[in-house]
Design a protein around this ligand. Structure first.
Ligand code: ZN
Length: 111
């Protein structure tokens, strides 16, 4: 298995050896395997990731809260633990939908 180096700001790490070091380290640890790929994570990607996480968390809270009010209107009475599980299932479906659509449009735009 070859090594993959990920560099984010001042932190550099190998995902295979689980080594991490300061990017400016003059004598960084040596990887056990051949290095095949160096990935630079920029601030923009990290911000996008944060946005997705926050968006998903807020979406989950809103969905569960809405269920608590909407389900009784349809005479559905379930414990809060079930509300939380149902919210989680739909959150996972929502993430999958967003991901598939994003990949699909990326594919169309890159042709
Ligand atoms: Zn390594």
């Amino acid at each position: 298995m070859n090594c993959r180096i990920v560099q984010y700001s001042d932190l550099t790490m190998c995902t295979k050896c689980h080594l991490s070091w300061d990017t400016n380290d003059v004598s960084p640890p040596v990887c056990k395997n051949k290095i095949t790929k160096i990935i630079f994570i920029n601030q923009k990607k990290l911000q996008s990731l944060m946005e997705v996480i926050i968006n998903t968390a807020i979406g989950y809270i809103i969905a569960v809260t809405a269920q608590c009010y909407i389900f009784p209107i349809f005479n559905i009475h379930i414990p809060i633990s079930d509300d939380l599980k149902i919210g989680l299932i739909f959150t996972v479906i929502s993430i999958a939908r967003s991901y598939i659509l994003r990949r699909f449009f990326n594919y169309i735009n890159c042709r």
